[in-house]
Design a protein around this ligand. Structure first.
Ligand code: C2E
Ligand code: C2E
Length: 310
């Protein structure tokens, strides 16, 4: 009976790795098999069952190909395979990490982690089985995890619609879609002026204007990273531009706030001609003019819902 046992059943201790992950060192033992590229690693791993498979990640352009390789391996070779990615020269975005994990990666070793830490991660995975669900349709997964193809200023209705659509995406983690931020400019600075200093760069980062506040939605941004993101997005230090800030990050809080924003929108905004509802590639000058033409003044009584963080 033993003679018929396929070799792959005995590959628990084998490490199939792209050679960069060892930083130039030779194979660490006879169990290590090094390859010149991720493609060769993926191809060898197609015959493995319980081995540790280690890919390297040096450029962000590799993310899509890696996602495909990992997804294919996980579906065809099953839960015994231990799939690891080591970041070599670049830091992955949180949203990219999420994508790779959803495709079936067991662990991502961050850029800057020393060799010893990398080896400890490999050790910690031994004997483990991958037990999360991996959707069969990779294209659908890629599509639903990619950021909204919108960036910059959106009229309020369109902003609320885009944020609601994103928060309703059940493939994204609960309470981890991003941050909704309300910013009130310092006295003397009009919201329209503050808007011209706001330059969102990432797709999925949106901004709108209501009354005396700017509302930003920062996709896949974590609460701790808010200051970093605002520093990049505003040309001047944001604490000199804004006297007050409220932040919502839980799904229900964001949805509830968006509902309130829609309710507060002046009727004139809701009837904007369709051409004004098209999102420009960067901050549009349009809202300032639109606001000035609105005949009725807006009385602000924004009561943030939930427990926003100031
Ligand atoms: P970082 O530049 O220090 O940014 C840290 C975190 O701040 C990001 O973590 C993200 O949560 C938030 N953040 C920074 N800028 C923005 C922004 O414009 N929009 C939004 N929505 N969030 C922002 P994350 O996403 O996990 O990225 C981790 C690191 O990966 C970044 O650290 C940076 O080193 C690198 N990175 C990600 N995307 C890019 C990029 O397009 N270009 C460059 N040069 N580096 C990037
Ligand atoms: P993008 O997402 O539209 O970002 C445009 C530029 O905003 C980036 O140009 C970078 O200068 C800045 N940026 C955005 N997010 C961050 C951040 O978290 N930290 C820092 N330090 N800068 C940030 P860059 O770096 O030349 O990238 C050009 C494009 O390449 C990006 O356009 C994006 O499409 C892609 N890209 C770069 N890094 C990453 C990444 O880590 N993950 C993904 N998914 N795409 C990336």
């Amino acid at each position: 009976k033993e003679q018929n046992t396929p070799l792959t059943l005995n590959d628990e201790a084998v490490c199939i790795a792209e050679k960069q992950v060892l930083e130039g060192a030779p194979p660490l033992s006879s169990y290590w098999q090094l390859f010149d590229s991720n493609e060769l690693v993926a191809s060898r791993a197609q015959q493995a069952d319980s081995a540790t498979v280690i890919f390297s990640l040096s450029h962000n352009e590799q993310i899509r190909a890696l996602a495909q390789q990992v997804h294919s391996l996980r579906l065809s070779r099953g839960a015994g395979l231990k799939i690891v990615i080591r970041e070599m020269q670049t830091s992955l975005r949180y949203s990219d990490e999420r994508l790779l994990l959803a495709c079936g990666v067991n662990a991502i070793v961050p850029f800057g982690a020393p060799m010893s830490r990398f080896l400890t991660t490999l050790e910690s995975l031994q004997g483990q089985r991958y037990n999360r669900h991996v959707p069969v349709n990779l294209e659908a997964l890629l599509f639903s995890l990619q950021p909204l193809q919108l960036r910059g200023f959106l009229p309020l209705e369109r902003f609320c619609q885009a944020v609601t659509q994103l928060v309703d995406n059940t493939l994204l983690p609960e309470n981890g879609k991003g941050l909704l931020v309300a910013l009130r400019p310092v006295p003397g600075l009009k919201p329209e002026q503050a808007l011209t200093l706001c330059k969102p760069r990432r797709y999925g980062d949106l901004v709108t204007l209501l009354g005396d506040r700017l509302y930003l939605f920062l996709s896949s941004c974590r609460y701790n990273d808010l200051d970093t993101a605002l520093k990049f997005i505003f040309r001047l230090p944001h604490d000199e531009l804004f006297s007050n800030r409220l932040v919502w990050f839980e799904d229900l809080q964001i949805l509830s706030e968006v509902r309130q924003l829609k309710a507060l929108a002046p009727e004139a905004w809701k009837d904007m001609p369709p051409k004004l509802n098209v999102a420009p590639a960067s901050v549009a000058p349009a809202p300032a003019a639109t606001l000035r033409q609105t005949p009725q003044p807006v009385t602000l009584s924004i009561q943030p819902t939930g427990t926003p963080h100031e």
